[in-house]
Design a protein around this ligand. Sequence first.
Ligand code: CUA
Length: 323
Amino acid sequence: MHDSLFFQVPNSTFAPTVDGLYYFIFWISVFFLTLITSLMIIFVVKYRRVEGVEAQPSPGHNTLLELGWSILPAFLVLIIFGWGFAGYVDMRSPPEEAYEINVTASMWQWNFRYPTGAVSGELHIPAQKPVKLIMQSKDVIHSLFIPAFRVKQDVVPGRYTGVWFEALEPGTFDILCAEYCGQQHSDMLSKVVVHNNDPSKTDLNNDPNFETWLEDASDPIKDNEPLYESGKRITEMLGCVNCHSSDGSKKVGPSFKGSFGTTRNLQGGKTVTVDENYIRQSILDPNSQVAQGFDPKMPSFKGTIKDEWIDAVIAYFKHLKKE
Ligand code: CUA
């Protein structure tokens, strides 16, 4: 299946209702637009004023026709209401057994937390299992939008909002912010990774099934590997790599590579040595020391990242220095 003119490939149990109703309204609109516009044009031509022809008095009204064009559209509107209401109730009623994931939106990133304590910058979910998101905002109103699932829900500061869905096929799909939330609103993107939910099957593209992914993400520091490997895993898990490269190239933020031990110019004219404390503070309070030539765009990872994980990330910085 391909993306269509209006929609991405549908991949949730809601999609058939949403798409069906959308196209129903769309084709009704096309039908009446064509009918009414054509009649208008025909009447304008047919009843135009002609030299030498007297205007006739109106023949009065046609009860049957008038009842018809009032009652029939009323039925159409009721069908649209019934269809939409049934879909709405379904979307507002998560099944009790739904898997719960906490979502925090902030300017300008998404953060997902799982019952095991795992956190991630991309949403990971199992296929063919109901998932419920419990969402809150750290600052302004955002809106979680997953086009492929046909769901969109505001995320509001000071209260929880929720949304649920059941994905059909494994794959990777877009997450967007659909509420204007400031300068980087259009960069507030993420992905939802739908994992194979069958532990007996390994995904074709070597994708781990959800349980395997969750185990890794819950405890990213492995005993049997160098600490920097764990650090690398953590930067991927938390989405750091979306803005920081590990090959020296400049992205939204400075590259990780080759930075440890160097002197960095900060905005405001100060300089600082990139050491353990600088890295730690940059993770927890990024806007307190923004590198020159970059915008203060990084969100704080306070409360998201654990102290041992910071150690691992620092080890990764040191490792990249050596490489
Ligand atoms: Cu967050 Cu727009």
